[in-house]
Design a protein around this ligand. Structure first.
Ligand code: SF4
Length: 321
């Protein structure tokens, strides 16, 4: 990846660059900095946490005189920037062949829609072949609004999983969020092939557990009088119009609501404001993955609609961009 970064910067002819690396790749960043400096390139490394290509520090980099921002780990999701951004995509070295073979034996259905995250995306066509050899009909669908590659899904964009023909889904990757978004968006069976754990499982119990938890949060929020609508200043997470719409919606349904603006949503930032519940208009993962860290309910926009009686619980959906 070091050579890839240097080559990309040299091709641009940049002499001063900003460098932004995600959590999992910080260790390597020191070597990349050294290599760039050795080649006469001035580097400013941004160390604030960064979880996606929605969070580009292009304005600060421009202020520092950077000609280019190197953003490592994520694919371009189409955020407009003040300076050019070099996206250095991260690909896992883990071979997904074995786990896909295992999945091919365990999947009962015939027409399968295949999804994964950026780190395995280059191996997706190989996974398709393996499943076809196992007798499956495999669909790799076009991505949605933000993901770059067919079959790629993001926490804010499950578009590649919205395939009508599929009888079931196979998601290759780790964690529960993506299987959850596929299961909720499609209502179909989701198999998960986890290359790190080496296991294939059906995503079912987790979905029920998740829905029970969210139902409780929604019920707890129905008596809330004051609601804080959280608006992110991150370029690719800023949904000002949505925040304003939700504020109006609250008022029309007898709730007091205020818009709270921050670059980083955290329990500490909310201390002392005295709201009864919060709604996040930022990254859809925040209200789901981090909810247990908050002492007041932290809801998605769609959950707020259920609280206000605008949406039926039966029509529960995850947030997406
Ligand atoms: S909004 Fe969230 S899921 Fe979407 S790219 Fe940013 S960090 Fe990833």
């Amino acid at each position: 990846m070091q050579e890839q970064i240097l080559q990309a910067v040299q091709e641009k002819g940049a002499k001063t660059v900003g460098l932004q690396v995600p959590e999992g790749l910080k260790k390597e960043a020191g070597e990349w900095m050294q290599e760039l400096e050795k080649n006469g390139i001035q580097v400013y490394t941004f160390i604030s946490p960064c979880f996606g290509a929605c969070d580009l520090c292009h304005e600060d980099a421009k202020e520092l005189g950077c000609e280019v921002l190197i953003h490592v780990g994520h694919s371009d999701i189409g955020v407009e920037t003040d300076i050019p951004v070099l996206y250095v995509e991260y690909q896992s070295e883990l071979d997904i062949s074995k786990i896909t073979e295992k999945a091919g034996k365990e999947i009962k259905e015939t027409i399968i829609c295949l999804t994964t995250t950026l780190q395995h995306i280059k191996q997706l066509s190989k996974a398709k072949e393996i499943l076809e050899e196992a007798g499956k009909e495999v669909v790799i669908a076009e991505s949605g609004t933000r993901a770059k590659y067919p079959g790629q899904i993001l926490g804010c964009d499950p578009g590649a999983a919205l395939n009508q023909e599929a009888e079931a889904y196979l998601h290759i990757g780790t964690g529960n969020f993506h299987p959850l978004e596929i299961a909720l968006a499609t209502g179909k069976k989701v198999y998960v092939a986890d290359p790190e754990l080496g296991e294939v499982r059906i995503f079912e119990d987790e979905k029920d557990k998740f829905l029970r938890k969210r139902f409780a949060k929604i019920e707890n929020s129905k008596e809330a009088k004051k609601i804080g609508i959280l608006l992110s200043t991150k370029t690719g997470q800023n949904r000002k119009e949505l925040a304003e719409k939700l504020k109006e919606m609250c008022k029309e349904h007898g709730k007091e609501a205020q818009i709270l603006v921050t670059n980083h949503i955290s329990p500490d930032n909310l201390l002392g404001y005295g709201f009864d519940a919060y709604v996040s208009t930022a990254c859809p993962r925040i209200a789901i993955d981090d909810a247990d860290n908050y002492d007041k309910p932290l809801l998605t926009p769609q959950e707020l609609e259920v609280v206000l009686g605008i949406r039926e619980w039966e029509n529960y959906k995850l947030d997406r961009f």
